[in-house]
Design a protein around this ligand. Sequence first.
Ligand code: NAP
Length: 276
Amino acid sequence: MRIGIIGAGNIATAILSGISSTDKNVNICCSDVDQKQLSKIKKSKQISTTRNNLVAVTKSDLVFLCVKPNVIEKVMREIKPIFQPKQILISVAAGISLKTLESFLGKERKIIRTMPNLPCLVARGVIGMKANKNCTAKDKKIAEKLISSVGKIVQVRSDKAFDYITAISGSGPAFLAEYIRANMSFAKSKRLGEKTSKDLVFETISGTIEFLKYNDIKIEKFISMVASPGGTTEEGLKSLRRNNYTKIVKESLRVAAKRSSAISKKVASKRKKING
Ligand SMILES: NC(=O)c1ccc[n+]([C@@H]2O[C@H](COP(=O)([O-])OP(=O)(O)OC[C@H]3O[C@@H](n4cnc5c(N)ncnc54)[C@H](OP(=O)(O)O)[C@@H]3O)[C@@H](O)[C@H]2O)c1
């Protein structure tokens, strides 16, 4: 199978390492405007690189579009004349709906919208996915096989749901990193040392997740298992609740989803204006 990747940044690097480590029978061509990015990506993987997006698209069975949302339209205009009915385009762009992607490339083209996240870099990502009606069951299966090499796939019903997925799993790693940063900052301020602080914080988080994932236990029950009456955890939880911790977390997700929706609308309305 021949795969084209347009844009050689973070997400492209993740997709590349996932695919090339699980499927040896793929031929990958990656394009980018930045030669430095291409050299970086080529150093680590056996792929061909080019500064011409059309070269990456020509002869590819499937093309991953991994550029930032603000250049999606430009790139799609560029590739539209050579994009073939049998080729599949997979977009990873945040906030660009399937409808908008279809308006850029053609309603009759095979297009899949995905929403990956940065942990795809360590093959532990979660990827929201929705294919348009032109994709056959076989097309979807091929795409799923490739995408699942970097994480767990979640099927998405609507473009609206993508806004929430963008907030929870797309932006979520940064929100969690902010929580980790606060913990690390506290641990270091108490002179626990860098390594000890890291061990304490990272192992606490990953251990909690493992426990919750593999034991069929309600979150509330888990909290009560940690917090004994009158103890340290109860005291800390009271402080979190007094300071509206849940409200703060939900608000960050709400505004991130709102921003995703606003980006979608902006791109779609710009497109409508161009089309008259
Ligand atoms: N990073 C995340 O956590 C994350 C999560 C979910 C979804 N996404 C989506 O993934 C996409 C890529 O994000 P990223 O973080 O991987 O971005 P990135 O690291 O900036 O990579 C994008 C690459 O595309 C290049 N590029 C710009 N214009 C181009 C053109 N006309 N043709 C070919 N290449 C071009 C950029 O070069 P220059 O730097 O020189 O412009 C850059 O090397 C975005 O649409 C984003 O919404 C990202």
